[in-house]
Design a protein around this ligand. Structure first.
Ligand SMILES: Nc1nc2c(ncn2[C@@H]2O[C@H](COP(=O)(O)OP(=O)(O)OP(=O)(O)O)[C@@H](O)[C@H]2O)c(=O)[nH]1
Length: 305
């Protein structure tokens, strides 16, 4: 049900998500415990919030889920399904508890439905937990961008899409590398170097289009994946990224540090070995470095052959 954050190609702050899921689930287990005891003992619930029409909104899990769903990064079908199951679970519990209270009758079929919903709900929350744990390993901790492994997965995914759509699809990639980054580290220290990496990542992410992705591919190297764009279109976007970086200095102790980067652009073709496409982008990047840095060089798949 949950695949990964890669689908949205966005860095989500999932660091706390697993802990939050565990405490919300523990709270729901306590709720389940009380409901089960009341049913087994055939006695009315003292806490009337259990049988309120909107009981699902009163419980801790429901309140937590509502906060989560207010964040658009989590407005996916999978999270909405949990919301729906959670409501069904409370609604079924309410019917059971009310029927016990009013008629002292135990409805076995209704109880069976309740247990089934509880089972599905629990499994979905477990998937959400698994998703949150996996998601932690998709991002680079310094820049919060997708990491190299995620970038390779995305490339493989784009290649399959290209193969499926035959003539109508295109996808380009670009490798970007910060210019003279060693000098930044040597002059200002490694910690400042890390802050510059964050600054660069932030500008890259803010400047690309919604459907593009950028990953930290290596030390001071970044990979852009631009589905639906040809070489000329990609060059335009990357030039915008390059100019934005060059014109947005990093401010350190009141001093403006101008950071630039060089870029190599190429297409990803359906027949490409992904490593070959990245290598082509790397060749273009090193041409950009040779030609004086702070520039973009394109190398098409046909030119490279
Ligand atoms: N602060 C910091 N530095 C890093 C990190 N990863 C790689 N580097 C540094 O990035 C620098 C890369 O230097 P070089 O490969 O010589 O390239 P450059 O100085 O950027 O020069 P050009 O690429 O030729 O413009 C090295 O000093 C690495 O130590 C990191 O995570 N944090």
């Amino acid at each position: 049900m949950f695949t990964s954050l890669l689908e949205r190609r966005d860095q989500a702050d999932v660091e706390q998500l697993s802990d939050e899921i565990k405490s919300a689930l523990a709270d729901h287990h306590r709720w389940m415990h009380k409901v089960s005891l009341a049913i087994a003992a055939r006695r009315p619930m003292k806490d009337r919030s259990f049988i309120a029409t909107d009981a699902h909104q009163y419980c801790y899990f429901g309140q937590w889920l509502r906060t989560l769903l207010a964040d658009e990064r989590f407005q996916t079908r999978a999270f909405e399904k949990i919301d729906q199951l959670h409501k069904e679970l409370h609604d079924t519990a309410r019917v059971l508890l009310l029927s016990l209270e009013q008629t002292q009758q135990f409805d076995e079929a209704q109880y069976d439905t309740f247990l089934k919903i509880q089972h599905t709900f629990f499994n979905c929350v477990l998937s959400m937990l698994e998703f949150s744990v996996i998601s932690k390993y998709q991002f680079d901790p310094t820049t919060k961008l997708l990491n190299r492994r995620s970038a390779n997965m995305l490339l493989a995914h784009e290649k399959v899409r290209l193969q499926q759509r035959a003539n109508h699809a295109s996808c380009c990639i670009a490798l970007g590398d910060i210019d003279k980054f060693k000098a930044v580290n040597d002059t200002h220290g490694h910690d400042l170097g890390d802050l510059v990496l964050e600054h660069v990542a932030c500008i890259f992410k803010a400047t690309i289009r919604k459907h593009d992705s950028v990953a930290r591919f290596g030390g001071e190297e970044f990979l852009f994946i631009m589905p639906g764009l040809d070489l000329t279109g990609t060059e335009k976007v990357i030039e915008r990224v390059r100019e934005e970086l060059a014109s947005t200095p990093y401010i350190h102790k009141g001093q403006a540090l101008t950071i630039t980067a060089s870029f190599g652009v190429t297409q990803l073709t359906p027949d490409d070995d992904i490593k070959d496409a990245v290598k082509r982008a790397d060749i273009a990047l090193y041409t950009a470095k040779d030609e004086g840095r702070n520039r973009t060089v394109c190398l098409s798949a046909t030119e490279a052959h």
